[in-house]
Design a protein around this ligand. Structure first.
Ligand code: ARG
Length: 278
């Protein structure tokens, strides 16, 4: 009888995260197809949903820092866009749209105040971990809507890890973290149709066993997820992905961030990972 496949236990690694309370959150401009300023946002509910996400992280043993939200920056809640941090080095964010440009310096100030001395104010537009996702020692880098492709070379020079560019083609999935999520040091899940044919082929080659999302799961932002290597926090509406993750030995944890989805964001958008020097 052939041996039954033995799944090695998934190990969670505790993380250090940065989040921003949605105290000034609202949808008053539209810079992606999800944002409809004429539709009301329930501010109290947004706050409660965000607090729920933070308590999930804390219950899992992660350290959550917070940055003071600033008036007039309603999208500041999306901390993932605030910077990219690898080996203690902070690549500051430079936003594509004028509505968000002040967030770059605001996040950089937080890092300076908190002892992160190795940082770079970049030459090229990049929206932080919205478009930069670290898988093991490789940085996947989105472009097409927000991050300038020239930023990819800048990031590789600064961090000294291989950077692999991926082109996004569906405006609903305008940041890499809306179309792809990192599950472990060598596993990802993604929605193939969000990528150009060449990028799709490259992803197939790098991650032949990746979890592939259906359009239904992608549309509820199921890929905007955060994994610690064992637990995968994701929008609860992404039921198909949750089932696929369980099958692979992960523990999916569904959360409801419906109010933040009105700005085109969810779990991962609210979460910036701080990686200390190794
Ligand atoms: N309204 C924000 C924008 O369009 C949402 C950012 C979501 N963040 C993310 N990491 N995908 O820029």
């Amino acid at each position: 009888m052939p041996p039954s496949p033995i799944r090695t236990a998934r190990i969670a690694r505790p993380r250090e995260l940065l989040m921003c309370r949605p105290a000034h959150y609202e949808v008053v401009y539209s810079i992606n197809p999800w944002m409809e300023p004429e539709k009301p946002v329930d501010a109290a509910l947004a706050l409660a949903q965000w607090e729920q996400l933070r308590s999930v992280y804390r219950a899992l043993g992660h350290v959550v820092h917070t940055i003071e939200p600033e008036q007039g920056l309603p999208d500041m809640v999306f901390a993932a866009n605030g910077a990219t941090v690898v080996d203690g080095r902070v690549l500051a964010a430079r936003f594509r749209h004028v509505e968000r440009t002040a967030e770059g310096p605001a996040y950089l100030r937080w890092f300076l105040r908190n002892g992160w001395t190795e940082n770079l104010w970049p030459e090229h537009i990049n929206e932080g971990e919205g478009d930069y996702l670290l898988v093991g020692r490789r940085l996947l880098a989105g472009t097409g809507f927000r991050t300038d492709v020239r930023s990819h070379a800048e990031a590789q020079e600064f961090f000294g890890v291989p950077v692999t560019g991926l082109t996004l083609i569906d405006p609903r999935f305008y940041h890499l973290d809306t179309a792809l999520a990192v599950l472990s040091d060598d596993e990802v899940m993604y929605y193939p149709e969000a990528f150009s044919p060449g990028s799709r082929a490259a992803l197939r080659e790098l991650y032949p066993d990746a979890v592939l999302a259906t359009v239904a799961d992608a549309e509820v932002f199921g890929l905007n997820a955060f994994s610690d290597g064992r637990h995968v926090v994701l929008p609860q509406a992404a039921a198909g992905l949750a089932a696929q993750l369980s099958e692979r030995g992960f523990e999916p944890i569904g959360v409801d961030l419906s109010e933040l989805l009105k700005a085109g964001g969810s779990v991962k958008c609210c979460t910036l990972e701080l990686r200390r020097p190794i």
